[in-house]
Ligand binder design. Structure first.
Ligand SMILES: [Zn+2]
Length: 323
């Protein structure tokens, strides 16, 4: 009789250890698809997130992904586009990797009028999840090019779409989102260009992506500082990981980005993005860069996304491999 509680506790300990072992494999993998292998370069925005359930998400393909046939893509289930600017939706892209300088890679392959994002969605049969009128724009592009309008899914502010088991919500970004007339083409585009006028496709957005292992990722997109980073992203969604744009001039710079991370969102880990500089050489962060300034100012660990390297995040936002 006296052994029974002991046996039961031993069994419980074994079960707990097994659960812990299983949990260790339940990580989200994040990989940058940049212009130069092993570096963090000026045009790098594109990230692939892989949920433990196998769902793969491409965020802001921009100009560093070599269209739908880029061999680094693999299976893509979902494409997220924060806004329509050419370096995010992709108005052109690199012809090959490691071409030219990390700080200013050539992007000779034109992607207008479709966008790199649409061409990848068509080639990979991926769904596009965006906020506002971008959804209608992408639906029309997909339908006009042999795809399905229904693959462009709307996640307007406050709503959530679950795709492939992953919950996707949009949050506001303080930015602009004018559609370059080159995405429209024809006489209308010429008239718009002459008038200095861009198309309306709703507001720029950030994303909150809730993965099946508990990771809650805030993807800032291009944005200034907004109070919703605390009241919505932190207080409601409880983001425990953030991808933060640090490039300055067009979006938060290193100081502002560090304030967002340290005082508003307070994630466990942050990944730097959109630095608009050759941030690394030989995979090491260069002195005097915005990336270095951000790392010094951030109170939480900073991941520098070296292209092609996989970083693994657990359900608490902690980087547990590749860092
Ligand atoms: Zn922008």
């Amino acid at each position: 009789m006296t052994r029974q509680p002991g046996n039961w506790l031993t069994a419980l300990a074994c079960a707990t250890a097994m659960v812990a072992g299983a949990a260790a494999a339940q990580n989200v993998k994040v990989t940058s698809l940049g212009t130069h292998d092993g570096e963090f370069c000026a045009q790098d925005r594109a990230l692939i997130f892989e949920d433990p359930n196998g769902t793969r998400i491409l965020y802001d393909p921009g100009r560093s992904v070599m269209g739908g046939e880029d061999p680094r893509l693999g299976k893509i289930d979902i494409i997220l586009v924060s806004h329509m600017h050419g370096d995010h939706a992709g108005n052109a892209h690199v012809a090959k990797l490691n071409d030219g300088e990390c700080g200013n890679p050539p992007t000779p392959v034109k992607d207008t009028p479709n966008s790199n994002a649409v061409n990848i969605a068509l080639a990979r049969k991926a769904k596009m999840v965006t906020g506002g009128e971008m959804q209608a724009f992408f639906a029309a592009k997909l339908a006009a090019n042999g795809g399905s309008a229904g693959d462009s899914i709307l996640a307007r502010f406050g709503g959530t779409r679950t795709v492939g088991g992953v919950k996707i919500s949009t949050v506001n970004a303080l930015h602009s989102n004018g559609l370059d007339p080159d995405y429209i083409g024809g006489d209308l585009a010429e008239a718009m260009k002459k008038a200095g006028f861009s198309g309306y496709v709703g507001e720029a957005t950030g994303y909150v992506v809730r993965f099946t292992n508990g990771l809650v990722a805030y993807l800032s997109g291009d944005t200034g500082m907004v109070s919703e980073m605390e009241t919505v992203v932190r207080n409601h969604y409880h983001a425990n990981f953030s991808v933060m744009n640090i490039g300055d001039n067009f979006t938060t710079g290193p100081t502002e980005a560090a304030y967002v991370i340290n005082d508003l969102v307070k994630p466990a880990t942050v990944m730097a993005s959109h630095a608009n500089e050759a941030a690394t050489q030989g995979g090491k962060v260069k002195a005097g860069t915005k990336t270095e300034a951000f790392m010094k100012a951030s109170k939480v660990p900073v991941i520098v996304p070296l292209s092609g390297k996989a970083y693994e995040l657990d359900g608490h936002g902690k980087c547990v491999a590749g860092c």
